[in-house]
Every structure is written in structure tokens, then in C-alpha cells.
Design a protein around this ligand. Sequence first.
Ligand code: PEP
Ligand code: MG
Length: 891
Amino acid sequence: SAYVFDFTQGSKDQKDLLGGKGANLAEMTNLGLPVPPGFTITTEACRSYLAKGKEPGELRVQVTMALRHLEDSLDRRLGDRHDPLLVSVRSGAKFSMPGMMETVLNIGLNDASVIGLAEASGNERFAWDSYRRLVQMFGKTVLGIEGDRFADALDDAKKAKGVALDTELGVEDLQALVQLFKDIVREESGRDFPQHPREQLDLAIRAVFDSWNTDRARLYRRRERIPHDLGTAVNVCTMVFGNLGEGSGTGVAFTRDPSTGAPGSYGDYLENAQGEDVVAGIRNTLSLDDLKGLLPEAHAELMTVMRRLETHYRDLCDIEFTIERGKLWMLQTRVGKRTAAAAFRIATQLVDEHLIHEDEALDRVTGAQLAQLMFPQFDSSAERQLLCKAGAASPGAAVGKVVFDSAAAVAAKERGEDVLLLRRETNPDDLEGMIAAVGILTARGGKTSHAAVVARGMGKTCVSGAEDLDIDVHLRTARCGDITIVEGDVLSIDGSTGEVFIGAVPVRPSPVVMYLENGLEAALVDADEDTAALVTSVDRVLGYADEIRHLRVRANADTAEDAARARYMGAEGIGLTRTEHMFLGDRRVLIERVILSDDEDRQAALDALLPLQRQDFIELLEQMDGLPVTIRLLDPPLHEFLPNLTELSVRVAVAEANGYSEAADLKLLAAVQRLHESNPMLGLRGVRLGLVVPGLFGLQVRAIAEAAVARKKAGGDPKVEIMVPLVGSVMELHLVADETDGIVHEIAAREGVDLHIPIGTMIELPRAALTAHRIADVAEFFSFGTNDLTQTTWGFSRDDVEAEFFATYLDKGVFTVSPFETLDADGVGRLVRIAAEEGRKTRPDLKLGVCGEHGGDPESIHFFHSAGLDYVSCSPFRVPVARLEAGRAAI
Ligand code: PEP
Ligand code: MG
């Protein structure tokens, strides 16, 4: 097959084969822009090399053909002793991996051709400097010699001469350096620096192939979710020289500001320099305006080229260029990376310039970028000291004094202090502390651990799984290496990066959230130019999304406060109210009595809970007046409402040893022992609980129905729905639905109010998905509980799997992202499709939603769109993200 393509043969649409750089070099060549001639070796050649450990047989021949063609067209020979052709060898994968892979410049120089280059260029210093660079780069990247060996030698040479800059070294200094570098090569690699130009070329190509699999490249790909099996292309390009003296130089430029998104080109230029010098920051760079003063013609051409590129790509482009004795050469272009803010601004600018239409604008931004813009951020220019780095569990920037338990957090909050709650891990008991804290830091647990899920739900910053932290709750200290943190010390945690800093890092609030909360007009008051442009763009892009999306977006909200927040974020209802949070705190005693008591006492406890529950629901329905609110009956295992078995056993044993024991404690212990389960997640929870504990679901249904009545009587428009969790069989749902219908009818009749409360179920067990056609006989809606459905389909415990072997699985490529974060479309997703299809066969108007964590995950939202669901439900803070992604899915 064809492994080598001349730049004149490719196009920008061939990134799979030619890599991003190669495809764009070809595109520019064919646009007639000044690109030095060259050719690209395909990613296919790289894949073949990596698989077999050697180059495919035809590759050498094809390289020869391409090289000869290049030589003939320029009438120069690679490494010739007179006016030699020199080439660069650069990596270029499909997705840009900046700085991750290798580049070698000045290939073709040797002891003879360096003299030819000196003569042809009339610049001896330049020739020796280029040779020096080749030996250095080749030694480092191709022969794997520690880069410092060369860098130190260069520094020594400068010191010996008493100069600061490379450019101050003369011909003789450089000649001596070349010799020294060659000695280093022989010493370190056991071979001489190869003099033969073609051998240099072949070894450099191979080094670029190999650089695909370095540790840092693999790590980068894992983080960026780039597959490991793509391979890189290799670009062999005629060298042009920015280090030929004053009329020469090299630079990078952007057609718009990639940082703020402000219009107008922007760039850095370095005189008398080559390739890596600009980014390496060895000398101060000049602006494009400075360049205009120095070389007006080259500058004018550069401006023309940039405008053509923007017109052609219809997007922000970034470029690398070199000016050789006043002549402009384009070395690279690509659609440029940009910050989240710039992405939104540029998208709407391009709409205004009529370069793209509104659907395309949606394609230019992502939900992840919007999410980034919604969190307060640490001022990155501030000085900061890193303590450790862990899981970025819930984004945001939080600064506070460290506390080690819930009570301390609540007490501090009451004193008006900002605190960070530090825990080994969190459980539902910590909820109050989590609410009181500005951020949560745990030593154990991944992104779906309790702390992470709850924190995301509350929009609270959380860093989880900081394994370096050794937390001692009793001593109230946390150790990290030889640093000890005590209660009251201030830390700063960044939930977007997982970084933990010592002390208070300055924070800026998000203008985008201020806009979502208060509306555009309010956000524009006092806003500076960049902020005003940003929030206006976000508003417009969200408008485009709302216009075309099919998926509705609801929120998971448990309190009136959450519901209010969800509403201003644009939620069109509540998809999940988890009622278990309503049984914590003071009410815990009551629920304990429901679990432990005999009939009479239980009824009393239930009666006491009724008005409390009813009030919760009234407030919720009031906030969401006119919009659907799905309330889920109690789900978690009972033991979560009882004391811990071990602690209680110890307490009772101690009491007994001291000769007294409380009857109540003994009774409690017996109950806790009776209810103890090895796998509580697979145990007495959800609908099972409702069927086993008499009166429990009935109480909740009563509270819901009475709340709806109260709202109606107050002139409201309540649209409440009842949802039954963890159903596996239609029979379970039947039993609950019968009881529910009875209660609702009774209340409707008693109050003289017309009440229809739809009853639906979660689909969160494989059996439910597989028998959906039967379940839909009873259920008026389905809501996919993809957290449990993932847990039960994979057989991974959602609470403790991540710390254990997920890292290995991610590394070995079993999956590229946790299935608890992004829906496993092949497995869990197949169950979703089956249930959706079969449920609708039974009941064509069956409403379908999803309320697991995946409901707010961009990639998963695209899946739910394609599966034909009616809505997704996610935490209030993710609602705008879901609106945006639902729009993007509909393009
Ligand atoms: C689920 O399982 O996806 C769900 C939404 O319920 P919970 O997370 O409360 O178990
Ligand atoms: Mg569930």
C-alpha cells in the first residue's frame, strides 16, 4: 500500500491517515500558500512498524522515491557537500499531542555538508549552529541520551566565554561544541554520530514512530481519551531557516486570541532563531506589531495568509511560521486550541461574521467547556504551593479551614467560617457536614463514591481519593509525606484538577453562574468587556441549543432550595427527588422507630412523620409549579438509618462488662444484627423495603397526595409523579401501585379534588430492562437509574470499585473511561434500548427518562438522544450543560 504522500497529494480531511499536521500541510500546499515542499509518512506505516517491530518492506523504497522527487524538484541533494538539502522530521498524530512526541531538525548535516551549507548560505556561524543543533537533537531524541548532557555543555561553553545568549557564540565556539557533542554521543550511546544523511533520516523516522509509545505520550492520551492504537504520521519537510541572521526568525500566531476569544490576530516572533526556541522561552519574544516594524512585507503576507486560513477553515487557526531572509514560510497550521471562554466567544463571532451558521456554532463548543465556565476558579497567576493531587470529583475552587467531622463543620459554619471537610471517606451521616463545608476532601473513593455524587449534586467542590493523605480522625490531623495538617489549617482544593494547595489561593466567582442566576441584563451591569462578551455568547449558544434539542432537561433535586436553583438553570421539571435525605437529622429517631417497633408504636411514628414529609413536598411542588416533579419512594438499605453494628456491639459489650445494660440498646442491637447484610446494595432496599415494612411507602404516598391537594387548594398547578425504585418484576410494581391508587383515590374523594398522580418505575436492574414490556403494563413512565443499572450489569460495586482496579482497567484499555461516568453504550446502553423499545410496544405514550449520574454526562446525553428518550435529569448545576449537549446531539 501507499505509505508516503507528497504534500501536494493530501487534504485536510485525511487526518486519520496523514495526521493533523500532515493533512493541514497538504491543505495549505494546495491552497497555494508558501509551504516548504515535503512528504508525509502515514499513520498506517507507524501502526505496522509498532505491531511488527520493524518498518514495512515497501516503506524504504517509497521514502527513496519521495526523497528523490523532492531533491529533483529543488535541484539539491540531501546532505550534499555543496548546497545541501536539509530536512526536518516531525511527528503528527490525528489528534494534536503538544510536545508529547519527537522532532528532529537539520537532518542531512555532517562533517562535509556543514561546509557546503556555510558556503551556500554565506554564513559560517549559521551552518555550525545548525550542525550543533542536529547533533544535540539527534542525540537526545533518536539515541535517547539525557538532554541535560548537551544543555549543560552548552551552558558551560557560554559561561567559559562569559556570554548569556546562544547567539553570542562564534564559529569556533560552535565548532568546538559540535566536537564535544559528538564525544557525548559516542560516550553515552556507544556509537558515532551517523554521518550518512539517509541513515540519519531513517533513524529519525523510526524515533518518531517509537515516540508514540513513550510513558508521557500514553499518559497524555489516557487523560485526553485518545485511543492508543492510532499511531502517528511523520512529516519530512524541507528545512527553511529562521537562524540566518537579522532578516530571519520564527514565530507562532493565532488568528484570534485563544485565551479570551477577543478578535484580532495575536502572536510571538523571535528573531534569528529556529523552531523550538520560541516555545522554549530562551529569549524574550516580539509581538506581531514589532514584526511589522522589522519586516513589513513579510508581516503583510502573514496577515493575508492568516485571513485566508480563517476563511478556509472557518475557525480560529494557530500557525507556526519561519521567515528566511525576509521570505515567509508556513510550517504548520491547525484549528487552534482555545480556552472555554474563547470557544463560546469565537463561535458567536463567527456566526456574526456569517462564516458559520448557528448549528455549527453549537458544534464549536462543548458541555465540558460550559461546565468549566460555571465554577469559581483559582486565580492561576497567584502563587501557590501544591500539597497533593487526587481525583477531580466535583469541580470548583474551595478555600477553607480544615475540619475532620460533620459536627465540627456545622459548628464552624455557625461561627461564619468557611471550612473544608476532610474525611477518609464519607457516608450519609456526613451529609450535614458536607452541606456546611465549602468543599470536601476525601482520602478514599473515586468519582462515584458517596462524597463525589453528593458533592456534585450540591454543586460543591470535591477532591476524592487523595491516597497520599493519612487522616487520623481522633488526633484530628492529616499527614502528607512530612507535612502535617491540623484542624484549623487552611487548604485550597481545586475540584476541576484534583489539586490540593496549602494556604488560601485567591478565587474568582463565575460570571456565567451570575448570569444564569440573575439573567443577562443583571450580569451585564458593571461587567468588563471580556466578561460581557462571554456571558452574551453563552446566552446565545444556549438559545441555539434550546431551539433544536429534542431531549427535555430536568433536575435531580431533593429540596425546595435545589429546585429553585434548578429552575433558574433552565430545568423543565424534577426527574428525581431522593426522599431518603428527608429521613436524616432529627427525623432519624422516628424512622428508627418505624423500623424497630411493633404495629402500634410504628403507626405513631409514621403519623409523626406524615406532616413533616407533606411539608417537604408542598415546598418542592411550589417551587416547580406547573412542571413535572418525580418523587421516588424510599430507596436505601434500612441499616443506613440505624447505628453502626460494630460501634453498637462494642457499646453493649462494655455496658455488660460494667454490670448494666440498657434494654433499648439490646433491642436495637438485635434489630441491627437482624438487618445486617453482606451486600446491602443488593439487599433490603427500594421496592423490597416498601413491601416488607408495612405502612412506609403508604406514608410517603399519603404525604405526596396531600401535598398535591394542598397546592391545588392554594391555586397552584402541581404535577407530581410517584416513582418506585429497584423494581425487578412487574408483580412488585403491581403491589405498590395498588396500594398507591387506593390511597390517592381515598384522599381525592375525601378532599373533593380531582387527582391524577402517574406511577412509574426506575429501570435499574437488568431484569427490569429485559421484562420492560410487562412492567409497562403497570408503569406510566420509566426512568433509567443508570447508576444501579451499571452496577448490576457489570457486577461492579459502585461504592468501592474505583480505587481498587479501575486504574488497571483504564490502563489496560478494558474501558477508556469509567462506566459510572460515561454510559457503557454497548452493554448498559443496550439494556436501555431494549427497555425503551419494548416498553413503548406495550404503551406507546410511555414517558422515558434517565436520572442516573449519566443524565448530566455529555457523551451519555448523546446516547440517550439516539435511544429516543424524552428527557434526562441531572443535578441542578449540570442542567445548562445538559441543555447544551442535548442541542448538540440534535444537530
Ligand atoms: C440510579 O441508580 O441511577 C439512581 C438514580 O438511583 P440512586 O443513585 O439513588 O441509586
Ligand atoms: Mg438507584
